[in-house]
Design a binder for this molecule. Structure first.
Ligand SMILES: NC(=O)c1ccc[n+]([C@@H]2O[C@H](COP(=O)([O-])OP(=O)(O)OC[C@H]3O[C@@H](n4cnc5c(N)ncnc54)[C@H](OP(=O)(O)O)[C@@H]3O)[C@@H](O)[C@H]2O)c1
Length: 280
């Protein structure tokens, strides 16, 4: 498996499996399937409501704990020094896998400074091996970076061929923060699976549009965590370790960038209100 090295020396797979919108009944089976397929990075969140099932699937898999990298996220209603400490204890208990490899703050809203201080505390105590953020745009990421002692190791953001975020990713890399793409298949939007450029490039390598989209991010050093509840799609999304895109392919894909979100617009004030109203 291709890996990236975080700024504290921890290694993290470049390809993983995400469980957003995987309900409780399916999560156990899906994570077991994903581990069987070969995924060794699993991305969950308190807000997904499936940490218990994810943890159980990992424990039951028979795969040594040290070979699996687990990410979870703290939701904003749990942000703040003491509240985040309680949320971290809850996540450790629900997952029940000893330690957590990476904990990230789900959104750049509410008291994320207090929340980050709690992450630092648990990181220093060895209960979590790495810390980071999600949905942080460059100016907030830089501000946090400049003000905190333990520098964020990962920033998970929406990123796919229609929203390439080249500036943001370059800024992350300058700070030594590893970019991680959520929605790497644009959640199926923009007719991604039939996109003529992705399909054409895929034909050269015997790959699908989905596989090209995932490979493209990995070739930029961006971690991808595609979600699927179908095992054959999990297999397809994992079968991308035997090819790399050419410079010409990368330049072709550049043309697909719309510079806009396909999924959630953090600059829309109704979205800020909606996210703040979600309590878990
Ligand atoms: N930090 C954040 O704010 C945030 C936000 C969103 C997501 N995430 C994380 O990122 C992960 C991935 O993002 P996402 O789940 O939003 O979207 P995604 O991975 O871009 O797309 C998932 C969608 O694509 C379909 N799909 C997957 N592989 C396919 C294939 N090979 N061919 C055809 N259809 C395919 C899935 O359908 P089926 O399931 O029916 O196969 C599902 O509808 C999440 O699971 C979560 O862990 C984080």
């Amino acid at each position: 498996m291709e890996e990236v090295v975080l700024n504290n020396g921890e290694k993290m797979p470049l390809l993983g499996y995400g469980v957003f919108q995987v309900n409780n009944e399916d999560a156990y089976r899906c994570v077991k399937d994903a581990l069987e397929v070969g995924y060794r990075l699993i991305d969950t969140a308190a807000a997904y409501g499936n940490e218990e099932e994810v943890g159980k699937a990992i424990r039951d898999s028979g795969i040594p704990r040290s070979e699996i990298f687990v990410t979870t996220k703290i939701w904003m209603s749990d942000f703040g020094d003491e509240k985040t400490e309680l949320a971290l204890e809850k996540a450790l208990k629900k997952l029940d896998i000893g330690y957590i490899d990476l904990v990230i703050l789900h959104q750049a809203y509410a008291d994320y400074y207090g929340a980050y201080r709690a992450l630092e505390k648990f990181y220093k105590a060895g209960k979590i091996k790495a810390i980071g953020v999600s949905n942080f745009y460059p100016e907030r990421l830089l501000d946090l970076y400049l003000n905190m002692e333990v520098k964020p190791m990962v920033n998970q953001v929406e990123c796919h061929p229609f929203y390439q975020k080249e500036f943001d990713i370059n800024e992350m890399k300058k700070l030594g923060v590893v970019p991680m793409a959520w929605g790497p298949l644009a959640e199926g939007g923009h007719d991604i699976f039939n996109n003529s450029i992705l399909v054409k490039i895929g034909k050269k390598y015997g790959k699908t549009a989905a596989q090209v989209a995932l490979r493209w991010n990995m070739d930029r050093g961006v971690i991808v965590i595609p979600k699927s509840t179908h095992k054959e799609r999990m297999e397809q999304n994992f079968d991308i370790l035997d090819f790399k895109l050419s410079e010409e392919d990368m330049n072709e894909i550049k043309k697909l960038d719309t510079g806009k979100t396909e999924i959630i617009d953090h600059f829309n004030l109704d979205v800020v209100r909606m996210l703040n109203s979600v309590k878990i």
